[in-house]
Design a binder for this molecule. Structure first.
Ligand SMILES: Nc1ncnc2c1ncn2[C@@H]1O[C@H](COP(=O)(O)OP(=O)(O)OP(=O)(O)O)[C@@H](O)[C@H]1O
Ligand SMILES: [Mg+2]
Length: 590
C-alpha cells in the first residue's frame, strides 16, 4: 500500500477543485449571500470611483448647488453599503471555510481509523499529524482568502472597467493592450507555486515528526546526550523548510514588483494617450481623473488577483494530498459470514508472513493447532516471530502464504468486526488513552459496562489495589497515554480491559512482564481462571509463567521448531530444554 499516489501532480486540479466545492454545497444559502455581498463590495468601490468625475467637473468646476447638497449623502450611502458588504463577505467566507476544514479534518481522521496497519508503517507519524493540523489550514486559506480576493477583486476589476468605458471608451480600449502581458505573468507564477507548495507540505510533516520524536524521547535525549544530534537534525529540517518558504516569498515578491512595473507603464501610457492634441480637448479633467483612479484601483485588484494564484495553488496541492488519503482503500473486509461467538478452534496452516516494509520473511511455514479452550504458549528468542504470528489473528497483517482457520473456516470469511470481537488482547507495549481509569478499562465497545463489572475486572487484574489509593478511585484521570501510571500499573489496566471484554480468544503478549513476582503470581491466578473456557495464546519470556500450558510451541527464525507440553519438551533435550536450563540454572555443585 502506498501512502499517496506516486505523483499527486497528475491529479487534475479541476477535479480537486470541484470536489472541494462539493464540501461547501451544504452552505449554498450562505454562499449566495456571501457572493452577493462580495460583488456589492467591489461594485460600491467602482461606484465611488465613478463619483470622481462629478466631484471634479460639477462640484468644483461648476459649483452646482445640486451636487453640493447630494454629494456627501451619496458618499456616506456608498460606504455604509460597502461596510455591511465587507462584513458579510468576510464573515461568510470564514464561516464556509472553517466548516469545510472541519469536514475535511474529520474525513482524514476517519480515514486514519479505517486504514490498515501497513499504512502506519509506511509514513512517519509527523506526516500524519501535520496532514490534519497544517495541510487542512492550507485548504482553509484557499477557500477563504483566495475566494474572497477572486470575487471581490474580480468584481472590482469589472466595475472599474465599466466606469472607465463609461467615462472614456477611447482611453479604456487603448489600455486593454496591456491585459495579455498581465495574464502571462500570472500563469508563470502559478506554475512555480504549485511545485514549491507540494514540497513545503512534506517538510512540515518532517518538522512535526522531529519535534514529536525529540519531545517524546526527552529522557533518552538527556541520558544519552543526544541534544546536539537532535538539534542538528531539527536544524536541518527547518533549514529546508525556510529555503522553500523563501522561494515562495521570492516568487510572490517578484510577481508583485512585475505587476507594479506594468502598472507604471500603463499610467504613463494613459497620460500619453490623454494628452494627444486631438483628445485633450474632448476629455474633461473629471473624466480623465476618474479613468486614472479606476485604472489604479483595477491594477491593485489585478495585483491581488495575480497573488491569489499561490494561495489557490497551495490550497489545491494541499487538498490533493488530503483527498489521496481519504481515497485510500480501507482495510480489506470481504468477509460476509457473521460470527456470534467462536468455539475458538484455531488452526494455522503453513502460514507465512512478509512485512511490506522489510525484505526477509518474518514467518515461514508455521503449522499450529490451538484447540478450543486450551492454552498455547509461544516461546523463543526475541525477533523469532511470536508477536508477528499473533498479529495475524485480528488481521493487522495479511499472511503472505498459507491459511488460518477459525472453527474450520478461513478466518477471512468472517466479517472483520465480528472477528475482532472474538479477541481480547494484552499487547507487548500497553497503550492507554487520556481519560480516567474506568474509561480505559471500559474502552470502545465496552463503554456500556456497569461500574460493578469494571470493578470486578480491575479486581481480577489485581489493579483495584492501586486504583483505590488514587484520589478519585476509578474516576481518576491517568494523564496522556497513562503517563501518570507505572509500567506495571498500566499493564494491569490493560489486563482488566481484556478481562472485561470476555472474548473467546485471548492473546497475552508478555502481559505480565512489567510486574513484580508477587503481583504476577496474583494475576496468574486470575488469568488461569480467565483462560479456562477460552482459546489462549500466551507469549512469555519468563518460562515459569507458562509451564502449565496445554502445549508450548518454540519459535525460531519465523518457524516453529518444537512443540509439546513442558514435560515432553524437557525430555526432548532441545531448544526448550536449553532455554529452561538457562533460566533455572541450578547452583553449581547441585
Ligand atoms: N511492523 C513490522 N514491519 C517490519 N518488520 C517487522 C515488523 N514487526 C516485526 N518485524 C520483524 O519481524 C521479525 C519478528 O518480529 P516479532 O515482533 O514477531 O518478534 P517477537 O518474537 O515477538 O520478538 P520479541 O520477543 O522481542 O517480542 C523481526 O525480525 C522484526 O524485525
Ligand atoms: Mg514480540
Amino acid at each position: 500500500m502506498k501512502p499517496a499516489p506516486a505523483n499527486p501532480a497528475e491529479a487534475d486540479p479541476w477535479i480537486t477543485y470541484k470536489r472541494l466545492l462539493g464540501y461547501s454545497r451544504r452552505y449554498k444559502l450562505v454562499a449566495v449571500v456571501t457572493l452577493v455581498a462580495m460583488v456589492t463590495d467591489g461594485a460600491a468601490l467602482a461606484a465611488f470611483t465613478s463619483l470622481i468625475q462629478p466631484i471634479i467637473d460639477k462640484l468644483f468646476a461648476l459649483k452646482s448647488a445640486y451636487y453640493i447638497f447630494w454629494m456627501p449623502i451619496w458618499i456616506i450611502s456608498i460606504f455604509l453599503v460597502r461596510g455591511v458588504a465587507t462584513f458579510v463577505g468576510g464573515y461568510g467566507t470564514a464561516y464556509i471555510g472553517r466548516n469545510v476544514v472541519q469536514s475535511i479534518q474529520q474525513d482524514v481522521f476517519d480515514a486514519y481509523l479505517r486504514l490498515p496497519a501497513t499504512f502506519f508503517g509506511a509514513e512517519n507519524s509527523g506526516q500524519q499529524i501535520s496532514r490534519i493540523t497544517y495541510t487542512t489550514e492550507q485548504v482553509a486559506q484557499a477557500s477563504t482568502d483566495a475566494v474572497k480576493v477572486l470575487v471581490i477583486d474580480g468584481a472590482t476589476v469589472i466595475g472599474m472597467l465599466v466606469v472607465m468605458l463609461y467615462r472614456s471608451a477611447y482611453l479604456t480600449l487603448a489600455l486593454l493592450v496591456l491585459v495579455p502581458a498581465i495574464m502571462v505573468i500570472a500563469t508563470v507564477v502559478s506554475r512555480r507555486y504549485r511545485q514549491i507548495s507540494r514540497r513545503i507540505q512534506g517538510t512540515m510533516g518532517s518538522v512535526t515528526g522531529a519535534v514529536e520524536e525529540s519531545v517524546g524521547a526527552h529522557r533518552e535525549v538527556r541520558i544519552y546526550g543526544g541534544q546536539a544530534h537532535e538539534a542538528a537534525r531539527f536544524g536541518d529540517i527547518t533549514h529546508r523548510t525556510r529555503r522553500l518558504n523563501l522561494k515562495v516569498a521570492a516568487t510572490s515578491a517578484a510577481s508583485s514588483s512585475t505587476v507594479q512595473t506594468v502598472a507604471a507603464f500603463a499610467l504613463a501610457f494613459l497620460v500619453f494617450l490623454g494628452t494627444r492634441p486631438t483628445v485633450i480637448n474632448r476629455i474633461s479633467p473629471g473624466d480623465f481623473l476618474a479613468v486614472l483612479s479606476a485604472m489604479g484601483a483595477m491594477l491593485s485588484s489585478i495585483k491581488r488577483l495575480a497573488n491569489v494564484q499561490p494561495n489557490v495553488q497551495k490550497g489545491l496541492a494541499a487538498a490533493q494530498d488530503l483527498f489521496a488519503v481519504i481515497d485510500m482503500p480501507p482495510e480489506p473486509d470481504t468477509g460476509t459470514v457473521p460470527l456470534q461467538r467462536t468455539r475458538g478452534d484455531l488452526v494455522f496452516r503453513d502460514v507465512a508472513l512478509r512485512y511490506p516494509t522489510s525484505e526477509g520473511a518474518a514467518l515461514r511455514g508455521v503449522d499450529l493447532t490451538c484447540p478450543p479452550g486450551k492454552v498455547t504458549a509461544l516461546v523463543g528468542r526475541s525477533g523469532s516471530g511470536k508477536t508477528s504470528l499473533v498479529s495475524l489473528l485480528p488481521r493487522f497483517y495479511e499472511p503472505s502464504g498459507g491459511q488460518i482457520l477459525l472453527d474450520g473456516r478461513d478466518y477471512r470469511d468472517y466479517r472483520l468486526n465480528d472477528l475482532r470481537r472474538q479477541i481480547a488482547w494484552v499487547g507487548q507495549s500497553v497503550v492507554l488513552f487520556g481519560g480516567t481509569v474506568a474509561e480505559n478499562i471500559a474502552y470502545g465497545e465496552l463503554s456500556g459496562a456497569s461500574e460493578a463489572d469494571i470493578v470486578a475486572a480491575a479486581e481480577a487484574a489485581n489493579a483495584m489495589e492501586f486504583i483505590r489509593r488514587m484520589p478519585q478511585g476509578l474516576h481518576s484521570p491517568i494523564g496522556q497515554g497513562g503517563s501518570m501510571l507505572s509500567g506495571g500499573q498500566r499493564q494491569r489496566i490493560a489486563i482488566a480491559r481484556a478481562i472485561l471484554k470476555n472474548a473467546p480468544i485471548l492473546v497475552l503478549d508478555e502481559a505480565t512482564s512489567a510486574l513484580d513476582t508477587e503481583s504476577e503470581r496474583l494475576i496468574q491466578n486470575a488469568l488461569q481462571r480467565l483462560m479456562e473456557h477460552r482459546t489462549t495464546l500466551v507469549i512469555a519470556h519468563r518460562l515459569s509463567t507458562i509451564e502449565g500450558a496445554d502445549q508450548i510451541a518454540v519459535m525460531d527464525h519465523g518457524r516453529i521448531v518444537e512443540r509439546g507440553t513442558h514435560a515432553e519438551l524437557l525430555a526432548l533435550q532441545g531448544h526448550y530444554a536449553a532455554l529452561h536450563r538457562m533460566q533455572f540454572q541450578a547452583p553449581a555443585g547441585d
